[in-house]
Design a protein around this ligand. Structure first.
Ligand SMILES: N[C@@H](CCC(=O)N[C@@H](CS)C(=O)NCC(=O)O)C(=O)O
Length: 210
């Protein structure tokens, strides 16, 4: 049985969505960023940095969302990956890892808007810069799937685009891409499982004025 440690709206949504795409049984363990449970020794044994996602699959434990997506595709869902040597492999790898280019900006914006609660701690310059850089990076996404057909690369990227809409106006191709992700029944099932939001409580976080 697969067990997934998850915080609503976080990167563990990628894994939740992937599990719904695969249609396999799993146990969802909902956690919170705000109750120190991710710093408990038993969670640190699963995730050395005290983060989510963490996944247990039999004797295997993983705590990197990209690695988990690949693991799940290799063990259960070959249709959600592009195998080594197959056409589209480079685009698959590019899409999977490009999600981290988007993710770096999203992490910085999340630090500024959510984690740094007092205005004096934040840098309006960095907030504007990160929003601009995110918007520019999003121009490389969509409207089609990263590797031609839908794969784990789209789960990695799709989550980033879904989150990005809280910080920037999506470029047209990225907006079409997100709409295609949202039309997937597995995405909707994952959303229904996600749990009450506790990180992003606003629909949109505008950049500070100059
Ligand atoms: N590279 C990791 C990053 C995991 C990560 O940073 N997760 C965040 C949620 S999006 C987290 O658990 N943060 C809690 C913390 O930093 O204390 C992945 O992609 O899985």
């Amino acid at each position: 049985m697969i067990r997934l440690w998850h915080v609503a709206q976080s990167r563990s949504f990628r894994v939740l969505w992937a599990l719904e795409e695969i249609g396999t049984e799993y146990e969802l363990i909902r956690c919170s960023f705000f109750d120190r449970s991710l710093r408990a020794p038993e969670h640190l044994a699963r995730s050395p940095a005290g983060r989510v996602p963490a996944l247990q699959d039999g004797a295997t434990v993983l705590s990197e969302s990209g690695a988990i997506l690949i693991w799940l595709s290799e063990t259960r869902a070959p249709h959600l990956r592009v195998a080594e040597g197959a056409a589209g492999r480079a685009a698959f790898l590019q899409g999977l890892h490009y999600a981290e280019t988007l993710g770096a900006h999203l992490a910085n914006l999340t630090q500024h808007y959510i984690v740094l609660r007092e205005a004096a701690m934040r840098s309006p310059t960095v907030m504007r810069l990160e929003a601009k850089r995110l918007e520019n990076a999003l121009r490389a996404v969509g409207p089609g799937w990263a590797a031609g057909a839908f794969t784990m690369a789209d789960i990695a990227q799709g989550y980033a685009v879904w989150l990005a809409q809280r910080f920037v106006t999506l470029p047209e191709a990225a907006a079409l891409y997100l709409a295609a992700c949202e039309r997937r029944p597995a995405f909707q099932r994952a959303l229904a499982q996600d749990g009450p939001p506790e990180i992003y409580l606003r629909e949109f976080y505008p950049p500070p004025e100059e």
